[in-house]
Ligand binder design. Structure first.
Ligand code: SF4
Length: 374
């Protein structure tokens, strides 16, 4: 148990102090590349012996970024730009910003002017991704990223190194998928601790993180499985890492038994097919990703996907964690809600952003939701 707690503490430390991790990599002489959500080809960066580093914003006050963004842009992007302008990413070699929503497209352009000391590398994805043209388009986007990384960092790309990185990322994906299932059997691990494990993945190399996650699972599996009377929930949304919100989930005796959070499990659903050429394989991976608000889906299957997850995990309900001003998520919500209602799955919507300092509305909504589930 002591060792389990030590590992949980290790994940926590990394999750709450990414700046320490950044300093540590820079002091080792490593070059670091910031990766903006939702999907950035980390494998490419890793394969060039660069450290991919998550840039998902932070719970900070926004001042400088307001000169570039209107108030109605999601707080992930506002706070990411704020961190860039105020020097929190100093030392980073470049930032890769994908084009997966309209707000992200604005971030790249604003970054060029607001943070001229850290080069912006765009990653343009196709909407229709799952066909030959879509895969060719994605591959062309990756080649552009590679070209920029080579020019900026002086590192060289090779297919052989990418094949190794694809394997490293596949192993990490597998560990994270398994982790989500293993944690269900240990309800005393809180929602905050679960989030620490997921969040820390953005600030460590995947080799380091996979090792720690596997150690944790091995230790847990030696312990007796537990049952509890906690209400089982699925969370869905872009990000759900607010300490206050996670604490409220715990205080209301709710256990997260699965998630459809972009910052968490959505990253790990799809592996690279290692039998393909490495770069083709990476483009093919993107073409097969699905059930996400920023990935074009004419059939809008995400609600069914979550309903199926709820059935599989025995979840009592779904908590939709809506990032304020996130239009892709807002467009998905009514369609998902209809699917949840049709499947008889109770759901509740909580609005969040990274500058909230009062979660009392969320507390009331979750308390009421818990009472409904009883
Ligand atoms: S998908 Fe939503 S949360 Fe993510 S960057 Fe775009 S608007 Fe912000």
């Amino acid at each position: 148990m002591t060792k389990v707690n030590e590992l949980l503490e290790q994940f926590h430390k990394v999750a709450v102090s990414p700046e320490e991790q950044l300093k540590s990599y820079l002091s080792q002489g490593r070059k670091v590349v910031a990766c903006v959500p939702v999907y950035t080809p980390e494998e490419l960066i890793h394969s060039m012996n660069l450290v991919p580093f998550g840039a998902w914003g932070a719970e900070i006050e926004v001042r400088e970024a307001k000169k570039y963004f209107p108030a109605f842009i999601c707080s992930i992007l506002q706070t990411t730009l704020e961190m860039g302008i105020t020097g929190k990413y100093d030392g980073i070699s470049a930032i890769v910003i994908p084009s997966l929503c309209d707000s992200l497209k604005c971030l790249g352009e604003n970054w060029k002017y607001g943070v001229p000391n850290i080069p912006f590398i765009p990653m343009t994805y196709p909407q229709n991704r799952n066909n030959d043209n879509g895969r060719a388009f994605t591959k062309a986007g990756y080649l552009r990223v590679i070209d920029d990384l080579e020019k900026i960092t002086g590192k060289k790309f090779s297919e052989a190194e990418l094949a190794k990185s694809n394997k490293v990322y596949n192993l990490h994906n597998q560990a994270m998928r398994r982790l989500s299932d293993v944690l269900v059997e240990y309800p005393w691990i809180s929602a905050s601790q679960r989030n620490d494990i997921f969040k820390s993945a953005y600030y460590m190399t995947k080799e380091e993180h996979t090792t720690l996650v596997n150690q944790l699972m091995d230790l847990l599996l030696e312990m007796p499985k537990e049952t509890s009377n906690m209400k089982k929930i699925i969370t869905t949304g872009i990000i759900a890492d607010s300490r206050d919100l996670l604490t409220i989930i715990g205080e209301n005796d709710m256990q997260i038994v699965g998630d459809d959070i972009a910052h968490e499990s959505r990253q790990y659903r799809t592996d690279v097919n290692e039998s393909k050429d490495a770069l083709e394989g990476l483009a093919d991976k993107f073409s097969r990703m699905d059930n996400c608000s920023v990935l074009y889906d004419v059939d809008k299957k995400r609600g069914d996907y979550i309903a199926e997850m709820a059935k599989r995990t025995g979840a009592d309900g779904v908590v939709v964690v809506m990032t304020k001003f996130c239009d892709p998520e807002e467009f998905d919500y009514p369609i998902m809600k209809k699917k949840f209602d049709a499947a008889g799955i109770p759901s509740v919507l909580i609005e969040v952003d990274m500058q909230m300092n009062n979660y009392e509305q969320a507390r009331t909504a979750l308390q009421t939701f818990k009472d409904m589930l009883n």
